[in-house]
Design a protein around this ligand. Structure first.
Ligand SMILES: Cc1cc2nc3c(=O)[nH]c(=O)nc-3n(C[C@H](O)[C@H](O)[C@H](O)COP(=O)(O)OP(=O)(O)OC[C@H]3O[C@@H](n4cnc5c(N)ncnc54)[C@H](O)[C@@H]3O)c2cc1C
Length: 241
C-alpha cells in the first residue's frame, strides 16, 4: 500500500531537560490532526539515502485537541544521526515530512483495570498523552500509577505537571526513581524495585504498560511475567529501540 506522507511545520521547541527537547508541530494541510493517545508518528529525515537510515519514530506526547497541532518529546541520542538533526538543524518554521499517526500501544475503550505505566526518559511521552486525555475528556478509570526513571533530578520530565496531576486526577500517583542522584528523597536506583514491591501480589485486574529502550522494557517484562507471574496479556510494550 502506498504510504501517505504529510508535512509538519515546527512552530516551537523548548528544553525539557539537559538532553531532551519538546517539539511543537503544526500540520497546515489538515484542519485537525487526529490520533489516539499512545500512537506515534514517523519522520522521514534528511539524514541518509536509504529509507531505513532516514526514518525515525516518535510517540506523541500531548493530548489530542481540536486543531492541527501535536507535540513530541525527544532525547538527543548517541551517535544520534536523527536526533542530532532535530536538535541542531531544525528551527522554527522547518518543514518535516512524516507519516502517521500509527501504532496500537493505546488504552482499551473501558478503563476497568488498574493501569501501571513504567518508563524511563522520553518513554514517558505516550503516557503523558494518555493521562492528559483521561483528564481532559473525563474518562472513568481506576487507579493509574506512573513509574518514571531517570538519572538525576534535572532529567525528570514534566515534573510540576505530574505533581499537580496527583491532586487533579483521582487515583493517579507517580513515583520517580533516580539512578545517579544520591541525595534524592524518593527511590534511588532503577525503577524495577518500585513495581516489584508494589505489585508483588499477582492479580488479574491490573495492566502494565512499558515504554522506552529495550534494556529497561525487556527487563521489566521478564520481571512481571517470569518473576511475579503476571499473564502476558497483562503486559503491553512500546519499544523505542
Ligand atoms: C514507536 C517508537 C516511538 C519512539 N518514540 C520516541 C520518543 O517519543 N522520543 C524519543 O526520544 N525517541 C523515540 N523513539 C526512538 C527514536 O525513533 C530514535 O531511535 C531515537 O531518536 C534515536 O535516533 P538517532 O538517529 O538520534 O540515533 P541513532 O544514531 O539512530 O542510534 C542511536 C543508538 O542508540 C540507541 N539509543 C538512542 N537513544 C537511546 C537512549 N536514550 N537510551 C538507550 N539507547 C538509546 C538507539 O537504539 C540506537 O541503537 C521511538 C522509537 C519507536 C520505534
Amino acid at each position: 500500500m502506498a504510504i501517505t506522507w504529510h508535512t509538519a511545520i515546527v512552530r516551537r521547541t523548548a528544553s525539557l531537560a539537559p538532553e531532551v527537547r519538546a517539539f511543537y508541530l503544526e500540520v497546515p494541510e489538515m484542519e485537525r490532526f487526529d490520533f489516539t493517545p499512545g500512537q506515534f508518528i514517523t519522520f522521514d529525515l534528511p539524514v541518509g539515502e536509504k529509507r531505513l537510515q532516514r526514518w525515525r519514530s516518535y510517540s506523541i506526547a500531548g493530548c489530542p485537541g481540536h486543531d492541527n497541532t501535536f507535540e513530541l518529546c525527544i532525547v538527543r541520542a548517541q551517535p544520534g544521526l536523527g536526533s542530532r538533526y532535530l536538535f541542531e538543524e531544525v528551527r522554527e518554521g522547518t518543514e518535516l515530512r512524516f507519516k502517521g499517526p500509527e501504532g496500537s500501544f493505546v488504552l482499551p475503550p473501558e478503563l476497568d483495570r488498574d493501569i501501571v505505566m513504567i518508563c524511563t526518559g522520553t518513554g514517558i511521552a505516550p503516557f503523558r498523552s494518555m493521562i492528559q486525555a483521561i483528564r481532559r475528556f473525563g474518562r472513568p478509570h481506576r487507579r493509574i500509577h506512573l513509574i518514571f526513571g531517570a538519572r538525576t533530578e534535572a532529567d525528570i520530565l514534566y515534573r510540576s505537571e505530574f505533581e499537580a496531576l496527583q491532586s487533579e486526577v483521582p487515583g493517579f500517583s507517580w513515583d520517580v526513581a533516580l539512578s545517579r542522584q544520591p541525595d534524592w528523597h524518593g527511590f534511588r536506583g532503577y525503577i524495577h524495585q518500585i513495581y516489584l514491591s508494589a505489585y508483588a501480589h499477582t492479580r488479574p485486574d491490573v495492566t502494565f504498560y512499558l515504554c522506552g529502550w529495550s534494556a529497561m522494557v525487556d527487563e521489566a517484562a521478564t520481571n512481571l511475567i517470569q518473576k511475579l507471574g503476571y499473564n502476558k496479556d497483562q503486559v503491553r510494550m512500546e519499544l523505542y529501540g
